[in-house]
Design a protein around this ligand. Sequence first.
Ligand code: PNS
Length: 177
Amino acid sequence: MPEINKLKRAVFPGSFDPITNGHLDIIKRSLPLFDEIIVAVLNNPEKQPMFSVEERCSMIKAVLSNIESENCRLLVDSFSGLTVDFARKVKANAILRGIRAISDYEYELTMALMNRKLAPEIETVFLMAAVEYSYVSSRLVKQVFTLGGCIKGLVPELIESKMKEKLSNASFDSLKT
Ligand code: PNS
């Protein structure tokens, strides 16, 4: 007999350096699909991020607190290593990812297939990005911002102000040069 009332828990993994309105759009549109979504920030020692994992988690928590999610619990966590290991640890049945353009497809497909090979019981669920965010990436947002361009509407105001703070912080040199 099939299990009924099984908790549908998704992990939304990513770098989130920083979280953008594109990410938030994916999260909001996923609320009706899951009982719980864990936004999982990858701790990747190979990358030199703008924000530490702790900073990213607390920024994500702050912006998620503005989202009404009566029937879906939104959580934030960080992880190192494989996404599927984290997903198994938290007993998630899905990995959530957004696809913006055809250029994302190949990367996302190989990742989803590798994740399925590693953990066949976990499905990757893709949502197409909203058209208005289809060109928005954390990388481009950081680049435009550090070169003095306007990023209004691409990230929440809180994130923009954290980016301003970070840019004025002398210790963060890599994005200033
Ligand atoms: O926001 P990003 O950088 O596109 O997210 C990529 C992420 C974190 C989902 C991906 O790099 C990842 O899952 N890394 C963990 C390592 C892993 O599980 N690798 C095997 C999947 S191919």
